[in-house]
Ligand binder design. Structure first.
Ligand code: FES
Length: 1005
């Protein structure tokens, strides 16, 4: 049918089918700022304005939009610099999103801005609650909504003509290390005028912090301007001539052998270009875990197999002229199965009569995996003498805990485009955290040498570990090989829940020996971890559960010198969708039991829960206990922890949440006036509040920073004619801001503003190798590589400056303000140096390449606080406030780093109270969309406070440690402990749903 659509005041005559959605049509027309997030419009990524009102383009037909005015993000504003052409620049909303750090991955950003525009067009002076309500239909998995909400308020002020905020004049709350109580420490608070626009966290600076030009500053993200305009930066934002659309037939059985497949009807369907089953492609066993070589886990996966091992496992793949044809073709494939007994409960996996999930002869073991016992990995770590420690204890505390399976739920689904280039090399354009691993790992699967594959990583719309997996790139690649044509494969939202990865669910037992004075004498954890049908990340995720969570408490006195710690785990196969990497990588699973257990012990022994924890916590100068005993199947390398800011974190966090006046204060617990009711949204009054009680809880956590002696990052820097630089990194910015902080560190060394660094990541043909974005390693590992490359370039610049300034020595020349400055004050600009080196004298390309691998993994630390209100009648829990004080070393960019903490705490809040993936008795997923699987909306958020307590980590040139994963660790136990504080009951399985709290309350009645 023919349609006329008016988009951003442009009239388009189009041809489409009656069933085509507005989303499909606007993207076909090149409006790539409108994104696919899910089919039902629940993510809101597909928001456009229809006659000024936000609508979901994916859930309305294009025909329904005829005659209406459609506005997409492309209609709002433009980059202010367009050569000779004059533009009005960005819209104030876009500008505010750039300046306030409201963009992380940027996938939801166009939709958030459009939803906000609709609000501001009708209400120029909205309250914060109104802003939150207006953008509530657009889910963001990255930001925690703090900065987007403040960006909208900021834009509203600009649009009203209020005095604009000079962001450079707004200082964040800069405290300093001191012995004074946190409340009395010198700070530089913004004036009231800016109070509700403050997006910058408090940073307690380390005494070693120097005054840098760029490092430590809240610089705008290097990619923010492109993302705020909805530019075609993401994997799916591309059209290729002759592109085919892939779909995968997935198993409806949890465990079955494929006896026969008949694809003849599907192949005959008009518009189908290829149908592939296990009989059509090479049988190559591999692991999908995106990790360095050799993969530390079993090889147990085929692109397509003659057996299915979970509901959602692959059966066949199809490429067709359209998604609709591909889906029709799937329905025409006849499969005859032999149904096998399935294991859906991890406790049954190792029974002697349990069905064997991996009976394929090609299975390759790693370490102690044993497919005959459905065992993907076995971990046995003993540090010190645990039995002796238990004998020396006055009390032994034992308890069982459980943590659920949860989904990364990045708003951009997994998506990949493959094509042959003009040199017959296979190009894989994919939304991945690990482009170099994709290339290496897929080469044998596709029967191609590594050198004939090029992997391009465009912008990533969130990953959180879900894209540290070579999950689906093989599908379009096989289909491109089969057809010779470009193929795009984009997961549906349901596939994300049934055919992607998730956090390992675990059943955990704790046993802890304690002296009456609160000294821990021995600590033991056993974890039964469920890897699902395949063993990707099985060993390393579960190893991390003990390695990080059981390392924090070493005991005191003699026990501190020689801790007694045991961590045993069995990682078993079941017939459920596989688990994998998810932000925190096993550590959130560990801190739920550890920190719930510590709370119970402190209360049982009538000890202050904070003093008890600090008494036993690891201190600077001590060995990381696990570094002496375990290294993911490799030789252990003992490592000393040099920086621990935990005590300062506690002091800062306690002051921020007003712990001393709340903890143990019965009057405070009962006083819930003014708290917002979770159901009605109304503020509670004394009349309505009598069934509610408040509580406060704490958890302390540590993470790691990269994998020592293994994780390697590379960077190259090239100087341009005007004194600007190209920074090429293999690291992958999945919304974390790593492109920005890497560029900041390189800019610092080169003495230029951030805008002079043009950062590109990543492409296996052009950027140096990097292991990818995981293990909280990018700022530390890839950042050091960028600094080292910058130092090489700086040396060349100084040599040339000395030549130009006719100096004998170059060593004392300083680089600052785009100049090379001699000790006598004479200087030459970098632009002059660049022109000289490229065009005039002894010509050379000034450039540097460097890489870095670390011998250590310095842990960040944090104190996490939570305040809750519990309804004692219904069990409903409202989390009112989260405060996190973090020691992540020196903070390179307070805006991006605090965004990481806010977003991480929000994901962790879902883990605490509502997120869970469950299966029925046949192994069918119950949660298959963003309705059943609830992630927090802007209007449901508690107050979030982030505080950074800097330490200077000596192993990094700028003193940094990791920041990305640690906010996942402490929220759930802090909330669990706050519930205990409020109503005196323990819920030991998270998420702490109203039903669980209600049941626990019934037991104590
Ligand atoms: S910035 Fe919102 S989904 Fe990533």
């Amino acid at each position: 049918m023919k349609l006329q659509l008016i988009i951003n005041a442009n009239r388009h005559e189009i041809e489409c089918t009656p069933a085509e959605t507005l989303l499909a049509v606007v993207r076909r027309l090149g409006y790539y700022g409108v994104k696919f997030g899910d089919e039902q419009g629940l993510s809101g990524a597909d928001t456009v304005l229809l006659d000024g009102k936000p609508v979901n383009a994916g859930s309305m037909l294009a025909a329904q939009a005829e005659g209406h005015n459609i506005v997409t993000i492309e209609g709002l504003g433009e980059h202010p610099e367009q050569g000779w052409k004059k533009t009005e620049g960005l819209h104030p909303l876009q500008q505010a999103f750039v300046e306030s750090g409201a963009i992380q991955c940027g996938y939801c950003t166009p939709a958030q801005i459009l939803a906000a525009k609709a609000l501001l067009d009708r209400n120029p002076n909205p309250s914060e609650d109104q802003v939150r309500a207006a953008i509530a239909g657009v889910l963001c998995r990255c930001t925690g909504y703090v900065k987007p909400v403040q960006a909208v308020l900021q834009a509203a002020a600009v649009l009203r003509g209020d005095e604009p905020v000079n962001w450079d004049s707004v200082n964040w709350d800069l405290g300093s290390w001191s012995d004074q109580p946190p409340g009395d420490q010198p700070t530089n608070l913004p004036s009231d005028q800016f109070a509700n626009l403050l997006t910058r966290p408090k940073v307690v600076v380390t005494p070693q912090t120097q005054t840098y030009q760029t490092v430590g500053k809240p610089e705008k993200k290097v990619d923010a301007v492109k993302l705020v305009q909805g530019k075609p930066a993401f994997t799916a934002d591309i059209e290729l001539r002759g592109m085919l659309y892939a779909r995968v037939l997935r198993s409806q059985h949890a465990h079955a052998r494929i006896k026969k497949i008949d694809t003849s009807k599907a192949r005959e369907l008009k518009g189908v270009a290829a149908v592939l089953t296990w009989q059509d492609i090479p049988r190559v066993i591999y692991s999908t875990a995106g990790q360095s070589d050799p993969i530390p886990g079993p090889l147990d996966t085929f692109s397509l197999d003659n057996k299915v091992r979970f509901v959602g496992d692959r059966v066949a793949m199809v490429a067709a002229e359209s998604t609709e044809i591909a889906e029709k073709a799937l329905s025409l494939i006849d499969v005859e199965y032999e149904i096998l007994d399935a294991i859906l409960d991890s406790r049954e996996a190792m029974d002697s009569n349990a069905p064997r999930i991996h009976d394929e002869p090609e299975f390759v073991n790693f370490a102690d995996s044993n497919p005959a016992r459905n065992l993907a990995a076995e971990i046995r770590i003993d540090i010190g003498d645990v039995e002796k420690g238990f004998k020396e204890a006055d009390e032994i505390f034992e308890a069982a805990y459980e943590v659920p399976k949860v989904q990364q739920a990045h708003i951009e689904p997994h998506v990949c485009v493959t094509y042959w280039d003009e040199d017959d090399r296979l190009v894989i354009r994919t939304s991945t955290q690990v482009p170099f691993h994709v290339r290496r790992m897929l080469a044998p699967v596709l029967s191609l040498p590594v050198k004939r594959i090029r992997v391009i990583k465009p912008r990533i719309g969130g990953g959180f570990g879900g894209k540290q997996e070579v999950l689906m790139e093989d599908v379009p690649a096989h289909l491109t090989i089969a057809t010779g044509r470009p193929v795009i494969y984009e997961y549906t939202r349901e596939e994300e829940f049934t055919g992607a990865r998730s956090r390992h669910p675990m059943k955990i037992r704790m046993k802890t020996g304690v002296k009456r004075d609160g000294t821990i004498t021995a600590n033991e954890m056993y974890a039964l971890s469920d890897t699902g049908a395949y063993g990707c990340h099985a060993l390393t995720v579960t190893g991390n559960t003990g390695h990080k969570a059981m390392a924090l408490y070493v005991g005191d006195g003699e026990y501190r010198k020689s801790p007694n710690i045991r961590f045993y785990a069995d990682v078993v196969y079941t017939n459920t969708p596989p688990a994998g990497a998810f932000r925190g990588y096993g550590v959130p699973q560990g801190y739920w039991p550890v920190e719930r257990h510590m709370e119970k012990i402190a209360r049982a022994l009538r000890l202050d829960p904070i003093e008890f924890r600090l008494r036993n916590a690891i201190r600077a100068g001590e060995y990381h206990p696990f570094s002496t005993a375990w290294n993911e199947g490799r030789e252990p390398r003992p490592e000393i922890v040099h920086t621990v800011g935990l005590e300062q974190c506690v002091a800062q966090g306690k002051a921020a949440i007003n712990w001393d006046s709340k903890y143990g204060n019965e009057e405070w617990r009962k006083n819930v006036s003014g708290i917002r009711d979770q159901v009605s949204g109304e503020n509670l009054t004394p009349d309505t509040s009598h069934m509610k009680r408040k509580g406060i809880g704490v958890a302390m956590v540590m993470q790691g920073t990269a994998i020592p002696y293994l994780d390697m990052g590379g960077a190259s820097i090239k100087m341009n004619d005007d004194g600007s630089f190209n920074l090429l990194v293999g690291a992958t910015d999945l919304g974390t801001g790593s492109d920005t902080v890497l560029a900041q560190m390189a800019a610092e060394v080169l003495g230029v503003p951030l805008e002079d660094m043009i950062c590109y990541s990543s492409d296996t043909d052009f950027t140096p190798f990097d292991k990818g974005a995981y293990a909280s390693s990018t700022t530390y590992i890839s950042g050091t590589a960028a600094v080292n490359a910058a130092k090489i370039v700086a040396e060349r610049i100084k040599l040339r400056a000395a030549m130009m300034l006719k100096l004998d020595k170059h060593e004392d020349i300083k680089l600052a303000n785009r100049k090379a400055i001699a000790p006598d004050g004479h200087s030459v600009t970098l632009a002059e140096i660049a022109l000289n080196s490229l065009h005039k004298e002894n010509q050379e390309q000034i450039m540097g390449v460097a890489s870095y691998v670390s011998p250590v993994s310095p842990p960040p630390f944090a104190a996490q606080f939570a305040e809750v209100t519990v309804d004692v009648e219904t069990g409903a829990v409202t989390v009112d406030k989260l405060v996190m004080a973090v020691d992540s070393g020196v903070i390179v960019n307070p805006l991006t780093a605090s965004g990481q903490i806010e977003g991480g705490m929000t994901q962790a809040l879902g883990y605490a109270v509502c997120e869970e993936m469950r299966y029925d008795e046949k192994g069918n997923a119950i949660e298959r969309d963003l309705d059943r699987y609830h992630i927090f909306r802007a209007d449901e958020m508690p107050e979030l406070t982030t505080i950074f307590v800097e330490t200077f980590e000596p192993s990094h040139p700028f003193g940094v440690k990791a920041v990305a994963e640690i906010p996942m660790d402490g929220v759930a136990p802090a909330v669990g402990n706050a519930i205990l504080d409020a109503v005196g009951v323990n819920v030991d399985d998270n998420p702490v749903t109203p039903e669980k709290v209600w049941r626990a309350l019934q037991q104590v009645k």
